[in-house]
Design a binder for this molecule. Structure first.
Ligand SMILES: O=C(O)c1ccccc1NCC(=O)[C@H](O)[C@H](O)COP(=O)(O)O
Length: 207
């Protein structure tokens, strides 16, 4: 089975198109104002419309008011929502749009139970826990905290980069990998060479 790759935090149409050409399967657009990757609805719309077909356009939110998510969905063509905060399962299911749920992995957290609670989610994105910052931190975590019998497709993220992604794919065998900081030259600024190397590293990882 070929690994899927999501590149998160795109901020211009040209980089999104390049990432698609390098083989990205999904591209993430951030709607969380404190993030350096936050987009206006207008800019997000121009990026989403530039993305070629058969690539999943993911809108990322952190504990956003429902009205805001609705207004983004009205203005931006999105295929999938990513909820990266403490959203309830009822909230996540209320937008008539498929979603994935992110969780910040910590010792003691029962990930199987978490999947059962978010059973309507299309996948579980496992990210690092960093106090005070919900995501996109560049921090990794101990992959052995992820059980083998996760009931949802696993999207592995947190501190991945072109150097460690092949090891991550070979060791953890996730459904997909997700990256933001590891393919940037500075906070919020993507690096095309790193995006290309990351996708190649993930897709060519030893089986
Ligand atoms: O990207 C952000 O700025 C962000 C802000 C708040 C919540 C989530 C955010 N990103 C979510 C992602 O899907 C990232 O790719 C994931 O957290 C991994 O980030 P990184 O460790 O920087 O690769």
């Amino acid at each position: 089975m070929s690994i899927r790759v999501k590149i998160c935090g795109l901020r211009d149409p040209e980089t999104a198109i390049q990432a698609a050409h390098f083989g990205a399967d999904a591209l993430g657009l951030v709607f969380y104002e404190p993030s350096p990757r936050h987009l206006s609805i207008e800019l997000a719309r121009s990026i989403a419309l530039a993305i070629p077909p058969f690539i999943t356009r993911v809108g990322l939110f952190v504990d956003a008011p429902s009205d805001y998510v609705q207004s983004v969905l009205k203005g931006v063509p999105l295929d999938l929502l990513q909820f990266h905060g403490n959203e309830t399962p009822e909230y996540c299911s209320s937008f008539n749009t498929p979603y994935i749920k992110a969780v910040r992995v910590r010792p003691g957290l029962d990930l199987v139970k978490y999947c059962q609670i978010y059973c309507q989610a299309r996948g579980l994105l496992c990210d690092a826990y960093v106090e005070g910052t919900p995501g996109g931190t560049g921090a990794g975590f101990d992959w052995s905290l992820i059980p083998d019998n996760l009931p949802l497709p696993l999207i592995l993220s947190g501190g991945l980069d072109p150097e460690n992604v092949a090891t991550a794919v070979s060791k953890v065998r996730p459904w997909a990998v997700d990256v933001s900081s590891g393919v940037e030259k500075s906070k919020g600024v993507k690096d095309l060479a790193k995006i290309e190397a990351f996708i190649a590293g993930a897709k060519n990882a030893p089986k």
